[in-house]
Design a protein around this ligand. Structure first.
Ligand code: FMN
Length: 348
């Protein structure tokens, strides 16, 4: 299957996630068979100002391709200048964030609030398309503000009419909480009105979720966000099954541990040991939260003051898991908390 000329086969697409889909995360996802990854959202203004964090968030290496860069903004002149800068790095797609509902974005008339400003949305997409030359431009949307104000059909049409090559839809509204089920019935309604490809996003947490959506929906691609946290294995399992090979099943403790350490080393290379430490703890919890012992790990991991202490805790944890030495844990409850808030250990 191709999206705007990007051949990602039948593979899953990794969603942009702020503070998460850095180079380390994208490289591990690609190694396990993800078809296309995205940087987190970066500010168009930050690109023009050479802001250090903005440039770091969008930096990617050529072996990560195919890759999409997602930008955030609401000024056609700034967005088109930022896109022109980006074309020098030759990403495979440049995406406009038109779905972020958080106050510091939507409250500043960016992200999802663009769906309520049709004329501005049209100008932004057309100016990006002009500036991008032969690099495809896509737009990532939600359904609209709330159940009574669904504007996705109008927004999708604007994207298409102004030259977007495809759109991604997160099938929740701005107001829907994350634990609410996405409303996929809108897909066919959008498809009746637009003919550019539509990537479907929302609540793929398991291989079965992905297979079910693939079967049930007329989607041109499936995008996964939270379900890939600590779980690059989902890409490999999905690919094997759709290629008609044996399902390798859930990863062993040894495979989880090996992959986690590979991920942590990539984080250390990217951010340095000191800055990577808190990120590493977050990812370690996600890698182990689907196995018994997750509660124990949570109690211990925040005591790690440096990299050596952290890796010591994680090595012991992997050994105990491999030997089945942890008591049974309510994994469903942990998963429920995770869906409500990915940093669920900070819930009160
Ligand atoms: C921590 C976090 C950060 C996110 N950051 C972004 C972002 O930078 N850009 C964006 O378009 N969506 C962002 N999203 C939304 C996801 O890309 C995705 O649309 C959403 O999580 C629904 O997919 P899921 O149900 O598979 O998690 C973020 C989501 C999470 C949980």
């Amino acid at each position: 299957m191709k999206l705007a000329g990007i051949d990602f086969g039948k593979r899953l697409i990794l969603a942009p996630m702020a503070e998460i889909t850095d180079g380390a995360f994208r490289k591990i996802s690609k190694k396990f068979g993800c078809g296309l990854t995205f940087t987190q959202m970066v500010s168009a203004e930050g690109i023009l100002n050479n802001n250090f964090n903005t440039l770091r968030y969008l930096a990617f290496s050529q072996d990560e391709k195919p890759i999409g860069v997602q930008i955030l903004g609401n000024d056609p002149a700034i967005l088109s200048a930022a896109v022109r800068e980006l074309t020098r790095f030759k990403p495979d797609v440049i995406d406009l964030n038109s779905g972020c509902p958080v106050a510091r974005v939507a409250g500043k008339q960016m992200g999802a609030s663009l769906m309520e400003q049709p004329e501005l949305l049209a100008k932004l997409v057309s100016s990006m398309v002009k500036a991008a030359g032969n690099i495809p431009v896509s737009v990532k949307f939600r359904l609209g503000r709330d159940a009574k104000n669904i504007s996705i059909i109008e927004s999708a049409k604007i994207a298409e009419d102004n030259g977007a090559s495809f759109i991604t839809v997160h099938f929740r509204t701005m107001e829907s909480p994350y634990e609410e089920e996405p409303d996929f019935k809108w897909l066919d309604r959008i498809k009746e009105k637009v003919s550019i490809p539509i990537v479907v996003n929302g609540s793929i947490f398991s291989v079965n979720d992905a297979l079910r959506l693939k079967e049930k929906l007329n989607a041109d691609g499936l995008m996964i966000a939270r379900g890939a946290l600590g779980n690059p294995f989902i890409f490999k399992r999905f690919n094997k099954i759709i290629d008609g090979e044996d399902d390798p099943g859930k990863p062993s403790a040894e495979e989880i541990s090996r992959t986690l350490f590979e991920h942590l080393n990539l984080l250390k290379d990217e951010f340095g040991e000191f800055n990577a430490l808190d990120k590493a703890k977050k990812h370690a919890v996600w890698y182990w939260m689907r196995s018994d012992g997750a509660g124990e790990l949570l109690k211990k991991i925040f005591s790690a003051k440096d990299w050596k202490a952290l890796t010591g805790i994680l090595t012991k944890h992997a050994e105990k898991t491999a030997k089945n030495q942890f008591p049974r844990e309510d994994i469903d409850l942990i998963q429920k908390k995770f869906r409500k808030k990915i940093l669920f250990w900070l819930l009160d």
